[in-house]
Every structure is written in C-alpha cells, then in structure tokens.
Design a protein around this ligand. Sequence first.
Ligand code: FPP
Length: 257
Amino acid sequence: MNVREKINQEMIPVHVAIIMDGNGRWARKRGIARTMGHEKGVDAVRETVEAATELGIKYLTLYAFSTENWNRPKYEIAALMKLLVRSVNKEKKTFQENNIRLTTIGDLSNLPSRSHRELHKAIEETSANTGLTLILALSYSSRWEIIEAARKIAQQTLSGTIKPDQINAELFSTFLTTSSIPDPELLIRTSGEFRVSNFLLWQIAYTELYFTPTLWPDFTREEFYQAILDYQGRERRFGFTSEQIESSKKKSTTKIG
Ligand code: FPP
C-alpha cells in the first residue's frame, strides 16, 4: 500500500501550515545561485498545493517571506518578489480551475507597489472560490502580528469599545490576521531545522509539528502525504489525559450511533 492509500480521509486536517526552508542550501549544494533554489521551490509549492487540494484540505498557509527576510541582500529580495508575482500570475488560471482562493497574511504595505497590486488582483479574482484557501504569509512575522493586535485592542479599550475584563483568548484571536481562519492542526518545516521562526506563534499553541531534513525544493507530494499520515497517528490531547480523550471519543460514537 502506498502512503496516499494509507491516509484516512475522515481525519484530514483542516489547516496545514508550512515553513518552506532550504532553498539556499539546495542551490549551494549544486553550486548555483540561491535564487535558483527559490525558482525550484516554486515547483514544490505547486506540487504541495495540488496534493492539498486533492486531499480536501481547506487551508494551506505557506511562509513565503518573513519580516526578517527584508534583511537579505537586495538582489535576493527583488528576485523573490518577482518570482512571487510571476508564479501567482502564472498559476491564476489553475487556481480558478481548481476552485482555489488566494489570500495573504502579513504587512503587504512593505511590498514593492507592483507586487502589491498584482497580488491584490489575484486575491480579488479568486475571492469567490470555495475550495482550498491558499494563504501566503508575506512580510509576516508573528510578533509583528501580535503587537498589531495588542495596539488595536489598546486603542479600542481607550475609546471604551472594549472593557479590560472582556479581553480573553477568543477576543484576542479576532484581532489577528488569521481571525477568519481556524488554527492549523499541522505545521511542517523542511530542511532539518527545529525552529518555528516567528511563524503563527499564537495559532500553533496546540498544533502538531512535523520536521523533515528534506530541503524545500526537493519536497514532494509523497512527503506531504507522509506528514499527513504522521499527523493522523498522533494523539491530540489539548491538555486533557489520554483516558479523557478516549472516553469523549466513545461518547461521541455512542451519540452518532
Ligand atoms: C527559505 O529558504 C525560503 C524562502 C525564504 C522563500 C520561499 C519562497 C518560495 C519557495 C517561492 C515562493 C513562491 C510562491 C508562489 C509561494 P532559504 O532561502 O532560507 O534557504 P536556506 O535556509 O537554505 O538559505
């Protein structure tokens, strides 16, 4: 039985997030420019989006450009921005054909105006699609997002719209860029690094983490399936005991039956 056949369709995660890492090392190993690693990384993006769509995953968030990435050499930033817009424009037709909605999280105001404009166009054109929501994290960092949320809550508290004792996790979440998106059940990071690098820190409180040594350009649909399968083998307890989880499963089966 291949990996795809082992996946339980009843237990597909609703939201998968990915830290696509290792493009630079992939290129260095071949003695070619880092930007070639990013170019090859786009093929892995395409394959992953296809696999996610086929599995019926509802949300896929890709860490495409972090706030910290602005510190990279200017030529690499320019190449990444160009590649991003080119790839989105090239894939727009496929997004429509496959009912994929494109959206972003992050501070897009920092993007070059052309990239910003083109991305907005693609977001608008795909906004009515109801299949997979593909979320590109661009100029995104979790601390930026949390500080922005705190600032807005502080302003609304000062103006009296929010009372301090109304501030809880649920309210806080509504001020994050992901307010309309459920938290990811699974976070994948490639390239053998065991870090979360300022990505969705609030949202991954109970997320299962999957780390692989594969460099992002080498990431395939089989490895994506493997991550899903691995996730399906985990017991998610959310702070409860195994016994509590088992007994609540039995209760819900009884109810259904
Ligand atoms: C990390 O590798 C990767 C990035 C910073 C960019 C990822 C972007 C793409 C794969 C292209 C995006 C395209 C679309 C359509 C979303 P790295 O450069 O940090 O690699 P290294 O750690 O080996 O140096």
